[in-house]
Ligand binder design. Structure first.
Ligand SMILES: Nc1ncnc2c1ncn2[C@@H]1O[C@H](COP(=O)(O)OP(=O)(O)OP(=O)(O)O)[C@@H](O)[C@H]1O
Length: 257
């Protein structure tokens, strides 16, 4: 369970990224965070694994406070949280398998992993993770030889290799075409359902949010202005989140036509 208590974030230049956020996200939920550009989606997501420090309030994960964790505890807590980025964040010149194995780095000594010495069990785990996103045949290819959708699958496999309890995905499909987008979202959803990994995704396409989420959280100017099941996320609710009617370029369906 992830709990936000009175969380606020003010950037050094005075911009308020988050304002007094109170949220509880239960294990196994598939949450999509929506809101206009600048609403605070990335700030919220990145505060969960403390890629962003918050200014006040606390975030606890299964009762453990990550906001005040020292570096050792933070490292341990981060092992349980996989992260997926818009631009994949792969080592482009390394093989796919090596990239996925990097998800295991936190479990071993630096020296061992610096020499690429991963136990056989880890290699099996990594290959299995690649199998789960249907890309095991690319294990020995260089990452930069893959298409964008395939690279994003590698990054999902890397997150899986971490054996996380939580996956955070910050605009994971923003660089992908509509067909690939659905495939990547299908992978995330399948993994969420089969493994019960809490999945929190920032998305800007409304129809995608409705298709995949079990719960939608709407942000506006750093505040939660909507939090409910997907059935309640009507066009009117989105207009309320955005502060204006929905535009056609906010629907993936429109982008494919
Ligand atoms: N490093 C920073 N320094 C100052 N202000 C920042 C910084 N990062 C984000 N902000 C500001 O904080 C607010 C929230 O930004 P954030 O990136 O979380 O929004 P977002 O909803 O993810 O937007 P986008 O969809 O464009 O990524 C915005 O006003 C943004 O300009």
């Amino acid at each position: 369970m992830i709990e936000f208590k009175d969380v606020s974030k003010e950037y050094p230049n005075g911009t308020k990224g988050l304002k007094n956020i109170n949220l509880t996200i239960n294990q196994g939920e598939f949450v999509v965070i929506v809101g206009l550009s600048g609403a605070g989606k990335s700030t919220l997501l990145r505060s969960i694994n403390r890629l962003n420090d918050v200014s006040s309030g606390t975030i606890t994960i299964d009762g453990q406070n990550i906001t005040t964790a020292n570096s050792l505890k933070l490292r341990k807590m981060r092992l349980g949280i996989g992260m997926i980025f818009q631009n994949f964040n792969l080592v482009r010149r390394s093989t796919v398998l090596r990239n996925v194995l990097s998800g295991r780095v936190g479990y071993h000594s630096t020296l061992r992993t610096a020499f690429g010495l991963f136990p056989k069990k880890d290699v099996e785990l990594a290959l299995n993770a690649l199998g789960r996103v249907n890309i095991v045949d690319k294990a020995y290819h260089r990452a930069d030889q893959l298409s964008g959708g395939q690279q994003q699958r590698v990054s999902i496999a890397r997150a899986l290799a971490q054996e996380p309890k939580i996956i955070l995905a910050d605009e994971p499909v923003a660089s992908l075409d509509p067909l690939t987008t659905e495939q990547v979202m299908d992978d995330l959803k399948r993994i969420n359902e089969n493994d019960g990994i809490t999945t929190i995704v920032n998305l800007h396409f409304i129809d995608l949010a409705r298709k995949y989420a079990t719960r939608i959280i709407g942000l506006r100017q750093g505040e939660v202005v909507f939090d409910g099941p997907v059935e309640e996320a009507t066009d009117e609710a989105f207009a309320e989140i955005y502060g204006r009617p929905i535009q056609s370029d906010e629907l993936l369906g429109e982008a494919t036509q």
